[in-house]
Design a protein around this ligand. Structure first.
Ligand code: NAD
Length: 439
């Protein structure tokens, strides 16, 4: 099929490359000319494992191309996915400016039947608004006497991929959700995803949009739940790792998303939880539970800082080494990374920060000021009064901790992701503090 993806970021680019991989001809659009220039040269502007070789393969086969022109993409494709950003407004509500802009521009260039699919995470009823926007902006020849004489459909197809394993997630999804209002749209989307051989959940547009909201909110709730449990564990001398293991074996609960830490971050959970709280409020329901999920998440960072203050006593003028900056491992994405807030809080108290991340140094330098960025974990540890682990990159497990202890001013580790084994670190002479491991 001929498919266009508008917005070639973390979601759009992965979607485009993977749709080419399953046999479609794909044109990816972005309004950032620099990004499109890089993509045309075969350079992937983000760090996402496995993406680059696939992208190069399908560019070579002429199944994947890039443009800045929505006009060109609209004319070439039958199915057009919208995968632009939907950031938060100050109120927490989703800002749909980019979605509206794209819908308006698609309308200007439609000349035959198109299926327009929202892949961006959007509040319920956005599908209806996209449809209305397109109708109102169609060229005059298609709007005669108040009647629309051009067929098109709008559908919802929320994305559930995770950065860091996005290609794998796209190719092997737990399910594909499609929200449609016509059989034609359903058949087209079934055809798009046929090669994936996965369960396809078909529903109406509003329900599909709700499935995305409900899924992300539930996952955020699970994380905040285990984080709240971790706070009690600290107080009663229990170990949250064992508690999560014991809970996780229960099939009704499951072990995933029960990792206590410094809280969730990234471009999705904080924004999507805020947007869902606002959407519920506007619909007349006060979603107190989700407000508390957000509150617990914020408290995790404050509790981590308090723990550091408690053990260091005076933070001012202390040197603090930081391992990991990205919001999660295997990505260079720094959007809403908890490391940013934690570093800012420590800098406010007068600490000097030395930091290292395997992939997110470039993006971190754009956001963090006054941080000494180091070439490796050992350089970050050198002369530090304590070391913070803020992203659980697997390679940090293999560090030479004897060497690190020798380099540090004081051998104290605060493990914000419970990555390390307390016993192993204590054996080489560290004071080790995890999250919810019982003080
Ligand atoms: P992103 O910021 O990485 O990418 C968005 C892209 O859209 C950018 O490259 C931007 O230049 C482009 N763009 C904006 N306006 C445009 C326009 N008018 N025409 C063409 N291109 C335009 O964002 P993302 O992380 O890929 O997220 C996109 C959407 O997918 C969001 O709604 C997000 O909530 C959702 N989502 C993200 C993830 C994730 O892990 N990142 C997962 C599931 C869903």
């Amino acid at each position: 099929m001929n498919i266009a993806i508008v917005g070639s970021g973390y979601v759009g680019l992965v979607t485009g490359v993977c749709l080419a991989h399953i046999g479609h001809r794909v044109i990816c659009v972005d309004n950032d000319p620099e990004k499109v220039k890089k993509l045309r040269q075969g350079k992937v502007p983000i760090y996402e494992p496995g993406l680059e070789p696939l992208m190069l393969k399908y560019m070579k086969k002429k199944q994947l191309s890039f443009t800045t022109s929505i006009k060109e993409a609209t004319q070439k494709a039958t199915v057009i996915f919208i995968a632009v950003g939907t950031p938060s407004k100050k109120t927490g509500e989703a800002d749909l400016t980019y979605v509206e802009n794209v819908a308006r521009e698609i309308a200007l260039h439609i000349d035959s039947y198109k299926l327009i699919v929202e892949k961006s995470t959007v509040p319920a009823e956005t599908g209806k608004r996209i449809e209305r926007t397109i109708k109102m902006n169609l060229p005059k020849k298609f709007r005669q006497g108040g009647r629309i004489n051009l067929e098109f459909d709008v559908a919802s197809n929320p994305e559930f991929l995770r950065e860091g394993s996005a290609v794998e997630d796209f190719m092997n999804p737990d399910r594909v959700v499609i929200g449609v209002e016509s059989k034609r749209a359903e058949n087209l989307l079934r055809e798009v995803y046929k090669p994936l051989k996965t369960t396809i959940i078909v529903t109406n547009i509003n329900s599909a949009e709700m499935i995305k909201h409900a899924s992300n909110s539930f996952l955020a709730t699970k994380i905040s739940f285990i984080n709240a449990i971790s706070r009690v564990c600290d107080r009663v001398g229990a170990d949250v790792l064992k508690v999560a293991e014991g809970m996780g074996f229960d099939k009704r609960i499951g072990r995933s998303f029960l990792d206590a830490g410094i809280g969730y971050g990234g471009s999705c959970f904080p924004k999507d939880v805020d947007a869902f709280i606002r959407l519920s409020e506007k619909s007349g329901y006060d979603f107190h539970l989700l407000k508390e999920v957000r509150h617990v998440n914020e408290q995790q960072k404050a509790a981590f800082i308090k723990h550091i203050e408690d053990k260091l006593w005076i933070v001012k003028n202390k040197t603090i080494g930081v391992l990991g900056l990205a919001f999660k491992p295997n990505t260079d994405d720094m959007r809403n990374a908890p490391a940013v807030d934690i570093i800012h809080m420590l800098q406010e108290e007068g600490a000097k920060i030395k930091a290292y991340d395997p992939q997110a140094m470039g993006n971190s330098k754009k956001i963090l000021r006054g941080v000494q960025f180091c070439k490796d974990p050992y350089a970050a540890a050198k002369d530090s009064n304590c070391l913070l682990l803020l992203t659980e990159w697997p390679e940090f497990r293999a560090l030479d901790f004897k060497k690190i202890r020798g380099l540090m001013e004081q051998p104290i580790i605060f493990d914000g992701r419970n990555l390390f084994h307390k016993y192993n670190l204590e054996e080489v002479g560290f004071e080790y503090y995890g999250i919810g491991r019982g003080k």
